[in-house]
Design a protein around this ligand. Structure first.
Ligand SMILES: Cc1ncc(COP(=O)(O)O)c(C=O)c1O
Length: 374
């Protein structure tokens, strides 16, 4: 298999653990082990204390699958397949789902594996561009106009990385109905679900819209547990899940036993876990919004509607790649230039999930002040 470098991940491999402040992380500040374990119920405490470090069930621990199924309106535990992160779930799903002669439509700019894996599997890919001039909105009519007789999958990431786009519920259902009527699988990457801003409700999960549709989830983002590497596919199409499970025998076989128990703890305490994430992201969204309002000479943005990232556009006299490079050198603060998504606009991704965002903004302010950028 020939696959292009994952530009964003290569950038993080270079910088993530070498900088003072990650102002572009997409995850929420990770839980400390002791704090998470303090949320465990009696059953989970017993599972943790008595855990044997052997292989686990390749489909995922049954209790974990049951808790994941509770995140959906129509699913049972058997409709859930556990992976090592959403990344593995994406890799297995798209490799199984499409091949030479097939066509897929994928939202863009976006998380590269959503389109790159389909391409590497031999499919033709049409990128559905989200446009800043439209408020980054999903354009359902334009998307459907790209459908071909060979279209097997429509892949939508919502809440969206990097723009924070959340489709209008009516448009989301309309897309689902059109895909179902055309026999096309809707694949919904929902890893930022449950981080909706300003009182918006989560969208109906893709897997709940139609039996063939697939939801991709993970504990890394809204649940603030990236280190567990627990992700999943959810779908009522159990034949598809079985094919993905068979493919997974060639990647990781099964998840890490400690991660499955810790994931169970988090999902059973999800009200507490999600409230913490929302509190962090909501406060940071207000801070970043105020920062931009006070410095129009730096950047402007379409305020994200959901998720833990946003995609401001720098002022015309600044260059996103140059500024990110100078900022990390001068202040140890990392921004992610839009070029890492292959996006030609002058944008940077900012992350709203980290507790050191106020300190990162102070350094960014000092950097801008030193250059007379207001
Ligand atoms: C849209 C999207 N999907 C999937 C992933 C992969 O999640 P993980 O790295 O936790 O497997 C990410 C990570 O940034 C993402 O932004």
């Amino acid at each position: 298999m020939q696959i292009a470098d994952f530009a964003l991940e290569r950038y993080f491999a270079r910088w993530e653990f070498a900088v003072r402040h990650l102002l572009c992380a997409s995850d929420v500040e990770g839980w400390r082990m002791a704090d998470l374990l303090a949320l465990a119920d009696e059953d989970a405490r017993a599972r943790w204390a008595g855990l044997r470090l052997g292989y686990t069930e390749s489909t995922g621990d049954p209790a974990l699958r049951a808790e994941i199924a509770h995140l959906y309106a129509t699913l049972e535990p058997a409709d859930v397949l556990v992976f090592c992160g959403a990344e593995e779930a994406i890799f297995c799903l798209l490799t199984v789902l499409v091949g030479p002669g097939d066509h897929a439509i994928v939202t863009w700019p976006g998380y590269q594996s959503l389109h790159e894996v389909a391409r590497a599997a031999g499919a033709e890919v049409t990128l559905h561009e989200l446009r800043e001039a439209d408020g980054w909105a999903l354009d359902v009519d334009r998307l459907l106009a790209a459908v071909r007789p060979t279209t097997r999958a429509v892949v939508v990431n919502a809440p969206h990385n990097p723009t924070g786009m959340l489709p209008e519920p009516g448009e989301w259902r309309r897309l689902g109905e059109a895909c179902a009527a055309a026999g096309i699988r809707l694949v919904a990457d929902e890893v930022y679900r449950f981080l909706e801003h300003d009182g918006r409700a989560p969208l109906a999960a893709g897997a709940d819209l139609a039996p063939a549709f697939v939801s991709i989830g993970v504990l890394s983002k809204s649940f603030a547990l990236a280190g567990l590497r627990i992700g999943w596919l959810a779908s009522r199409d159990r034949d598809l899940l079985a094919r993905c499970a068979a493919f997974k025998d060639y990647t990781t076989i099964c998840a890490a036993a400690p991660s499955e128990v810790l994931g169970l703890v988090a999902l059973r305490a999800r009200a507490t876990v999600l409230a913490r994430s929302r509190a962090i992201v909501t406060a940071n969204l207000a801070r970043f919004d105020a920062f931009l309002a006070a410095r129009p000479g730096f950047a402007t943005w379409v305020r994200p509607a959901a998720g833990s990232v946003g995609f401001p556009r720098l002022a015309a006299d600044l260059d996103a790649d140059r500024l990110a490079a100078d900022l990390v050198t001068a202040e140890g603060v990392l921004l992610l230039p839009g070029s890492r998504f292959g996006h030609p606009g002058n944008h940077v991704r900012v992350g709203l999930g980290r507790e050191d965002l106020p300190a990162a903004l102070e350094r960014l302010a000092a950097f801008l002040d030193a250059r007379g950028i207001a």
